[in-house]
Design a protein around this ligand. Structure first.
Ligand code: ADP
Ligand code: ZN
Ligand code: ZN
Length: 746
C-alpha cells in the first residue's frame, strides 16, 4: 500500500504558513516522524505533519517523490510540540518550515542515520544507571545520601507560601519576588516536586524547562541545578541549550531532552522549542528581560510562547485525564522540605512560572486582571533591607567630572572595609566618539549612520553595528590635527579613571584596590566569562565595572555599593518602554548590593543624574514597583499602548531609504479592503533611529489595533499583499522585509 505523507521542510521565510510538501511512502508514517526527503537536487530534513492514504488532489503517484529515509531511531515529535511550532509560525507570521527547522538542532540536518544511531547508543549507555534506578522503583530520595547539598535551605515563610500557592495555582504564576528573596530556591523546589511525579511505565519521565535571559546567567544556574539534582537523578539529568554551545553539544542536549534522559533543560530563549515529551513545569526567570524576544528570523517572545506551551501541555494532560500521582510511595516530607501535597488531588498541569523583581507591564497587567496568579515575596532572605538609593545631582559636581567625588569617596570607604562595589555604564569601549576639535571630524562609520567607538586598549575604532574596525589614526584624517580626542565615556574609561582615583586606597589586607571590567569585549573568549565571575565571587576584585551584563541575576555576596553613572538618556527616550526598562535595570542593579543580610543595612545604590527631580526616581527610592507599574499602566491605557493595544512593525531593508519607505507605504495603500482593515491603524513609514547599517537602509511602519485577534487576522491577510509589493517599481532595491509582532522597541 502507498501512503502520502505531508512533510514540512526548511522553506523560505515568506512561502506561507502551512506549506508542506507531499511525498510518497510504502509505510505509514506517524505525524512528527523525522525524515529525509528529496527537494530539488538535494536531500533535506523534514518533519511529517500528516499522512494521507489518498494521493493529494491533482497529483499522480508518478508525480510525487518517495521519502528517502526515516530517522527511525528517534521517537516522533509529539503533537504538543507540533502545535507550539505551528502557533509560533502563525502568530509571528513566518513559514511553518522555517520555524520547525529552526527549532531543531542544526546538526540533525547533517548526521546520517548511522551516525545518529551511534549517538543514540552512546546516550543510552551513558544514562543506564538512572534508568535502572527507576525500574527498581527506588525513589531518588532513598537512592541519594541525605546531604544538605541535595536538600537546600530551610525555606523562608514567604518561599513556603509561594510554593504552596504555586502547587495549587490553576493559571500561569507570576512570581513577584524582590531581588534576593530566594526565587531560585523556589524554582529548585518546584522542580523537585515535578520530578518526583511518577509517570506510567513506558511514558517519558517528567521534565522541567528553566529559561534565563542571557547566556552569562547559565553557568551560575547550571551549577545550582546540578548540585541539587545530579545526586538524585544522575549526571545526565541536567542539560543546557543556548547559542554559545557547539553544534555537537546542542545535538547532545536536544537528544537527551527528546528521549527523556534529561529531566531538566536550562537555556536561553531558543530552549522554549526544545522537544520535551514529559514537560510539566516551565520557569521563565527575569521574565521582564527584553532578551526573551528574538530580533531575527521569527521574532518570537520566548516568554509568551512558554505561557502558550504550558497551556497546550496542560490541555493534553487534562484530556488524557491521567490521575495525579505524587510518587511511587507517597512519603512524608522531611521538615523544611517544602510543600506537602494537598490531600485533594489537583488536576495535572504543566505549570509556568514567570519570575521577576520587576515584572513586565504585560505580565503585571495579566495578574491585575486575574489571568495570572501573582505570588509575592517582598522580603529578602535573612530579612535584609534593599539598598538605599542615593541620587547624585550632577549639576552640583565639578565640571567635567565623570565620577562624582562623593561617590568615589564612598567607594574608597567600602574597599577599605573589604567590601565590593559595582559600577554600571551601558556603553562599552573607551569613548563612543573620537573627534577633532579643529575641523569637527568625528569617527563616523563609513557603512552606518553611527559613530565608531574608540577602544583604547587595542587602539581601534570599532563600529558596534557592522563591525567595521580600523586602527586609530595618528592625526585627524581631514585636517591633520594631531589633537584628536575622545568624547563621552565607555566602560574602559571608567575602569581607567577608577584605577587612578582609587590607587591610594588600601584593602584591609594592605593590598591596593583592584578594579576589573566585564562587558561583551572582556568576555569574548570562551571561558573568560566564567573566570571573571569566579574572581568576583572569590573576592579578588574590589570594583567591577561593566555594562548591564553585570546588573542581572548574579548572586555576588560581598557587594555593598552599586553605582549607575550615566542612565539619563533613558529618561527622555522616545520609546515608550524606556522608563520601564530603566526602572527594571536600576532595580536589578540595586539588587546586586547587600545580598548578604549582615551588610544589607549599609548597602547603597548610587545614581548619577542631571535630573534628580524626575518622578521615576521617587518610586525607585521606595523600591515601589507596584506604584511604578500602576502609573505606567494608566499612561499606557490612556495612549492605547500595550498591554491595552496591540502592535506590529513592518520593517524593510533596502539599498535606498526611498525604496524601503516606498515598499512600506505601498503595502499600506494596498491593504485597503482587507479583512479587519477598518480596525487597524497604519502609520506612515519612518526611517529607523540608526537608519543605515552595513550600507543597508532601514525603515519601518507601525501597525496598531485594539484587539489581538483583529491584528492577527489582518496580518495574515496582508502577507500575500506584502509579497506582491516587493515588485512595485518604486520599491526597486528592496532587500528584505519582516513583520515583528508585539515589538519591544519602536
Ligand atoms: P533571587 O533570585 O530572588 O534574587 P536567590 O534565589 O539568588 O534570590 O537567593 C539569594 C540568596 O539567598 C542565595 O545565595 C541563596 O542561596 C540564598 N537563599 C535562598 N533561599 C534561602 C533560604 N531559604 N535560606 C537561606 N538562604 C537562602
Ligand atoms: Zn580635523
Ligand atoms: Zn558600521
Amino acid at each position: 500500500m502507498t501512503f502520502w505523507p505531508n512533510v514540512v521542510v526548511a522553506t523560505p521565510a515568506h512561502s506561507g504558513v502551512g506549506a508542506s510538501l507531499s511525498y510518497r511512502s510504502e509505510l505509514p508514517l506517524a505525524p512528527g516522524t523525522l525524515v529525509r526527503v528529496p527537494l530539488g537536487r538535494r536531500e533535506v530534513l523534514g518533519v511529517v505533519w500528516a499522512c494521507a492514504t489518498e494521493p493529494p488532489e491533482g497529483l499522480t503517484e508518478a508525480q510525487t517523490k518517495a521519502v528517502a529515509s526515516v530517522l527511525d531511531g528517534l521517537p516522533p515529535l509529539n503533537p504538543r510540540w507540533r502545535q507550539l511550532v505551528k502557533f509560533a509560525a502563525q502568530y509571528y507570521q513566518r513559514s511553518l518550515g522555517e520555524v520547525a527547522m529552526a527549532a531543531l538542532p542544526p546538526q540533525l540536518r547533517e548526521l546520517s542515520n548511522e551516525q545518529l544511531a551511534r549517538r543514540l547508543k552512546r546516550r543510552a549507555k551513558a544514562s543506564r544507571p538512572a534508568a535502572s534506578e527507576a525500574s527498581a522503583s527506588v525513589t531518588p530520595e532513598d537512592a541519594a545520601p541525605a546531604s544538605s547539598a541535595t536538600h537546600g535551605h530551610d525555606l523562608s515563610d514567604e518561599q513556603r507560601e509561594a510554593l504552596t500557592a504555586l502547587h495549587s495555582a490553576q493559571a500561569p504564576v507570576l512570581l513577584y519576588g524582590a531581588t534576593g528573596s530566594g526565587k531560585t530556591e523556589v524554582y529548585l523546589r518546584a522542580t523537585r516536586q515535578v520530578l518526583d511525579i511518577a509517570t506510567p511505565e513506558g511514558d517519558c519521565p517528567t521534565q522541567v524547562l528553566v529559561m534565563v535571559p542571557e547566556i552569562n546567567l547559565t553557568p551560575q544556574l547550571e551549577a545550582r541545578f546540578r548540585e541539587r539534582f545530579e545526586p538524585l537523578y544522575g549526571t545526565d539529568a541536567v542539560v543546557c541549550l543556548h547559542s554559545g554551545m557547539t553544534p555537537p553539544q546542542r545535538m547532545s542536549s536536544w537528544l537527551a531532552a527528546h528521549t527523556g534522559t534529561a529531566r531538566i533543560v536550562l537555556g536561553t530563549r531558543m530552549a522554549v522549542f526544545a522537544s520535551l515529551p514529559g514537560l510539566r513545569l516551565i520557569v521563565v526567570d527575569e521574565e521582564h528581560d527584553p532578551s526573551y524576544k528574538s530580533q531575527e528570523g521569527a521574532r518570537y517572545s520566548a516568554r509568551d510562547l512558554a505561557v502558550y506551551r504550558a497551556k497546550v501541555e496542560t490541555e493534553a494532560l487534562a484530556s488524557h485525564a491521567v490521575p495525579l500521582q505524587t510518587g511511587p510511595h507517597p512519603r512524608p516530607l522531611p521538615e523544611g522540605e517544602g510543600v506537602k501535597p494537598t490531600d485533594a488531588p489537583t488536576p495535572p498541569r504543566c505549570q509556568v512560572v514567570l519570575g521577576s523583581a520587576t515584572p513586565s507591564l504585560e505580565s503585571w497587567h495579566a495578574a491585575d486582571q486575574g489571568r495570572y496568579v501573582r505570588l509575592s515575596m517582598p522580603g529578602r532572605i535573612g530579612g535584609g533591607a534593599l539598598p538605599r538609593l542615593r541620587l547624585v545631582d550632577m549639576n552640583h559636581q565639578p565640571k567635567g567630572a565623570v565620577l562624582a567625588p562623593p561617590l568615589v569617596t564612598a567607594m574608597a570607604g567600602r574597599i577599605a572595609r573589604g567590601e565590593q562595589c559595582m559600577v554600571l555604564l551601558n556603553r562599552r569601549g573607551y569613548a563612543p566618539v573620537l573627534a577633532c576639535h579643529d575641523c569637527g571630524w568625528k569617527s563616523a562609520c563609513a557603512h552606518c549612520s553611527a559613530y565608531r567607538v574608540f577602544h583604547k586598549l587595542d587602539r581601534t575604532l570599532r563600529c558596534h553595528h557592522c563591525g567595521f574596525t580600523e586602527r586609530v589614526p595618528r592625526a585627524c584624517p581631514d585636517c591633520g590635527n594631531l589633537d584628536i580626542a575622545p568624547v563621552g565615556r565607555g566602560t574602559e574609561q571608567i575602569e581607567e579613571q577608577l584605577s587612578a582615583l582609587l590607587a591610594d586606597v588600601q584593602r584591609p589586607d594592605g593590598g591596593p584596590a583592584r578594579v576589573a571590567r566585564m562587558d561583551a569585549d572582556s568576555t569574548r573568549l570562551k571561558g573568560s566569562l566564567e573566570v571573571q565571575l569566579a574572581t568576583m565571587h572569590s573576592g579578588e576584585v574590589d570594583v567591577l565595572v561593566g555594562t548591564q551584563m553585570i546588573a542581572k541575576g548574579h548572586d555576588f555576596r560581598r557587594i555593598t555599593l552599586v553605582a549607575s553613572v550615566n542612565a539619563d538618556s533613558a529618561l527622555f527616550a522616545s520609546d515608550y518602554r524606556a522608563p520601564e526598562r530603566l526602572f527594571a535595570l536600576l532595580m536589578q542593579a540595586a539588587g546586586r548590593a547587600g545580598r548578604d543580610a549582615a551588610q544589607s543595612e549599609a548597602s547603597e545604590m548610587w545614581v548619577q543624574t542631571w535630573y534628580p527631580q524626575h518622578p521615576l526616581f521617587a518610586t525607585l527610592k521606595q523600591h515601589d514597583y507596584p506604584a511604578f507599574a500602576a502609573e505606567q499602566l494608566i499612561e499606557r491605557q490612556q495612549a492605547g499602548m500595550p498591554p491595552y493595544g496591540f502592535q506590529a512593525l513592518l520593517r524593510a531593508d533596502a539599498r535606498t531609504q526611498a525604496a524601503a519607505q516606498a515598499f512600506l507605504n505601498g503595502a499600506a495603500q494596498h491593504s485597503l479592503g482587507l479583512p479587519h482593515r477598518d480596525e487597524i491603524t497604519l502609520y506612515p513609514a519612518v526611517p529607523l533611529t540608526i537608519q543605515r547599517v552595513a550600507n543597508v537602509e532601514r525603515a519601518q511602519l507601525l501597525v496598531e489595533a485594539a484587539s489581538r485577534g483583529a491584528l492577527q487576522r489582518f496580518l495574515s491577510a496582508w502577507q500575500p499583499v506584502l509579497l506582491d509589493c516587493r515588485s512595485l517599481p518604486e520599491a526597486r532595491g528592496l532587500i528584505r522585509f519582516a513583520v515583528d509582532v508585539d515589538p519591544l522597541a519602536i
